[in-house]
Design a protein around this ligand. Structure first.
Ligand code: GDP
Ligand code: MG
Length: 166
């Protein structure tokens, strides 16, 4: 199985840390370069049974500058072309404006979305259902996966969920 996956989340939720863990050190350096192309490959995960190409979609997760309607449309259309979207949130912070921005862009897409709840090393497992509740009314998720990108907890199960969608 092989396919394309986009990781979306507001700054500092742990996207680069996750990519580093899954793919390796070089990629983080790559992903900090200015984004010039529509779908920039951030890294490729290769296993015996599968290949997952992680791509970056400019404009969705880094709303630093106001994008014109056209650019926003280009960015949103790029999300229609991937096999799955990882919407990464930080479990130690409440849903915020950055998350709302992303949720609005994800609404109405047919692409399956996995809610990736990162930084679970910083909370008690009992708190996870409350995190799910913050997002579940907003979007239909294909799966909910709590992880610690930093410590590696549950990263394998997440890869398994992604493979189901390829
Ligand atoms: P990005 O902006 O989404 O790419 O976020 P980064 O990957 O740069 O991470 C932002 C900060 O959060 C860094 O200091 C990371 O070390 C930290 N971080 C990322 N994942 C985790 C995690 O699972 N647990 C903890 N405790 N910290 C994390
Ligand atoms: Mg980053």
């Amino acid at each position: 199985k092989s396919g394309f996956v986009s990781i979306i989340g507001r700054p500092n939720v742990g996207k680069s840390t996750f990519l580093n863990r899954v793919i390796g050190q070089k990629i983080a350096i790559m992903s900090d370069k200015p984004q010039t192309t529509r779908n920039k490959v951030q890294g490729v995960y290769t296993a015996d049974d599968s290949q997952i190409i992680f791509i970056d979609t400019p404009g969705i997760h880094k709303p630093k500058h106001r994008l014109g309607d056209f650019m926003m449309k280009v960015a949103t259309n790029a999300l229609r072309e991937v096999d799955a979207i990882l919407f990464m949130v930080n479990v130690t912070e409440p849903r915020g404006a950055g998350d709302e921005f992303i949720i609005e862009k994800l609404k109405g897409l047919d692409t399956p979305i996995i809610l990736v709840m990162n930084k679970i090393d910083l909370i008690h497992p009992d708190e996870i259902p409350a995190v799910i509740e913050q997002y579940t009314n907003q979007l239909d998720f294909a799966a909910y996966v709590p992880i610690s990108a930093l410590q590696g907890n549950n990263v394998e199960p997440l890869l398994k969920e992604i493979k189901k969608l390829l």
